[in-house]
Write a protein that binds this ligand. Sequence first.
Ligand SMILES: [Zn+2]
Length: 195
Amino acid sequence: MEESVMLAQLQEMMKESGAHLEGHFLLTSGKHSSDYMQCALLLRFPEYAAFAGKALAEKAAPYRPDIISAPALGGMIIGHEVARALNLPFLFCERQDGVMALRRFPFQTGKRVFVVEDVITTGVSSGEAGAVFARNGADWVGTGAIIDRSGGKSSLPHEPESLWRVNFPLWSPEECPLCAAGKPFVKPGSRTAKS
Ligand SMILES: [Zn+2]
């Protein structure tokens, strides 16, 4: 699919599902922003999850992966959809006593692994999942996400693939122009979910 068409459709789906909200938000980091993103709201609709999975699979395919992986929980749905689109196995990683691990699957010596996330901010979760494979004789070839909000500053050893690179401003409460304009903020997640 052409990039601009894909992005326009994704942006529409993000809005329509409530996964991308515009307004005035207090984020969990304590920062204020004009934009809030929660990919779970997009991915609750299987049709939208399949769309994003197929689009991200197109970006993963040139890495010639043998396996798709993802850190639980954020990457579970989109990872599965990418794997489905490429007809590859999907092996998720999860934390065990706080440490990322491949608990339920045999190790994958010599396999090429592409790691998938819903949103890459710092890249820590994806990086830990990739490292699990790399430590055990697999080849961590790439990483991708629906949304990249790292601003090019993720901790990943390579530049992540993504469907949408966003760079929404984040402000401390003291410097927030929306607060200065007297607009009340909302804390996403505390509001009643759209259905
Ligand atoms: Zn504010």
